[in-house]
Design a protein around this ligand. Structure first.
Ligand SMILES: [Mn+2]
Length: 430
């Protein structure tokens, strides 16, 4: 029996307030979907089975390069973070796994395992960090890590990634995500080719130690912290890396890591087609790597990405098994509330994409009927799938309205009293 943090009575009484309306809304939507030849229960079951991992660094308040304004009751260490993740899972039933960041979350592996299993949580991908210097680190990453000009610094970065794999093996993780900040700030500062060669050599050393049942995710990002050139700057370079390394290497797509207006759904389709889509860091952006809440700026783009994912899922595309993770920075909201709603937004995009009439769409595409083809997508996107999402949560033991239940429980005020504010913390803005 796993423990829960929010009292079951509170969740139940909050659900009771909304159960009758939800039942009616679900029946009404079910009738409308039935007219379109869609069985609502089948969609609900798929949504209930859809999970997205929470980043451990997401439950702390983030910051910008200008300042960080800490929130009340911020987690002080990984064990507080695990409790916050447990709340998110309890109320949404969408996030049974969370992702560790090393060295921020370094702790005794047995304690980590015990703390997670108390709440029935598991560990998602391990995330290494060679984009900042750890306190006791010998060589600095100021001028790069895995692609550094100095062999000893590269070796140190390789060893850090191997350590992440070792920790992950003991706690049951099955993937390593590598994002580096390496690049340059001035034309001429680095030789692009030599720098990338050094990176590939270092990554080959990491890949060589990857267990057979693990996957290696490399994450591209156009710029920042490097402002002139970045070693792993786009999906093309990312694809080259995955090809060079081998079958266990895949590309990770962070939605905020592209130039504005880039057609991310098309990148996703390409990576699927060539068997190299590893997974996602979901978030949203207006200008750059804003790390805003998933679906908060451009929910249609999120839907269009899921349109590609559902297409691959329904086609039983070989090797298609993307990892889903949130990667956001919460500066003005309660991180737990943002992460709950973001997990739901991702499920919403998935649910809506499941409603696309794919046979009709293919017909319109073959007939060059652009207007009806795009309307076919819009019909699915415009469908309010909220009753499906809420019913999936309710059936799984979660909350019909997770934010309402969370607020009714007074969790934030409770932890604010228990967790004195700490300077700095480990809120990430990656
Ligand atoms: Mn990311």
């Amino acid at each position: 029996m796993t423990e829960t943090i929010i009292s079951a009575d509170i969740v139940e009484s909050e659900n009771e307030k909304r159960r009758a309306e939800l039942t009616r809304d679900y029946a009404s939507l079910g009738e409308r979907l039935d007219r379109r030849g869609i069985a609502i229960d089948a969609i609900r079951d798929k949504v209930a089975a859809f999970k997205v991992a929470v980043p451990s660094w997401g439950v702390g308040t983030g910051g910008t390069r200008f300042a960080r304004f800490p929130g009340a009751g911020e987690p002080r260490d990984i064990f507080d973070k695990i409790e916050d993740c447990a709340v998110i899972q309890q109320l949404t039933q969408a996030t049974p796994k969370f992702s560790l960041h090393i060295p921020w979350d370094k702790a005794d592996a047995n304690r980590l395992k015990q703390a997670a299993s108390r709440f029935g949580l598991g560990f998602d991908a391990m995330n290494s960090n060679t984009f900042s210097d750890a306190r006791d680190q010998k060589l600095s990453y100021k001028f790069g890590s895995l692609s550094h000009a100095d062999a000893a610094t590269r070796q140190q970065a390789v060893e850090h990634n191997l350590e992440c794999i070792e920790i992950g093996k003991t706690i049951g993780s099955k993937a390593l995500t590598v994002w580096i900040g390496d690049g340059s700030n001035f034309p001429g500062q680095v030789n692009f080719t030599r720098q990338f060669e050094r990176y590939l050599d270092a990554m080959k050393a990491v890949y060589a130690e990857l267990p057979d049942d693990w996957r290696l995710f490399t994450e591209h990002k156009m710029y920042e912290p490097a402002f002139y050139s970045t070693v792993v700057q786009d999906w093309g370079t990312n694809y080259l890396i995955a090809q060079e390394l081998g079958p266990k290497a895949h590309c990770l797509v962070d939605l905020g890591h592209h130039a504005p207006n880039v057609n991310i759904e098309m990148i996703v389709a390409r990576l699927i087609q060539f068997g190299k889509l590893g997974g996602f860091h979901f978030n949203d952006s207006k200008y750059g790597d804003d790390d805003l809440d998933a679906g908060s700026i451009d929910p249609y783009r999120l839907f269009l990405i899921f349109n590609e994912l559902v297409d691959a899922e329904l086609n039983n595309t070989k090797g298609f098994d993307p990892a889903h993770m949130l990667d956001q920075s919460h500066n003005v909201t309660d991180p737990i509330e943002s992460l709950m709603l973001s997990a739901i937004e991702v499920q919403r995009a998935y649910a809506a994409a499941l409603l696309v009439d794919r046979k009709a769409l293919e017909g319109f595409q073959d007939a060059n009927d652009a207007l009806m083809a795009t309307q076919t997508l819009k019909t699915a996107y415009r469908t309010d799938v909220e009753p499906i999402l809420a019913m999936a949560r309710l059936d799984s033991g979660g909350a019909i309205d997770p934010v309402a239940a969370y607020r009714a429980a007074g969790y934030r005020a409770k932890v604010a009293a228990e967790r004195p504010a700490v300077a700095g913390g480990s809120g990430g803005i990656v």
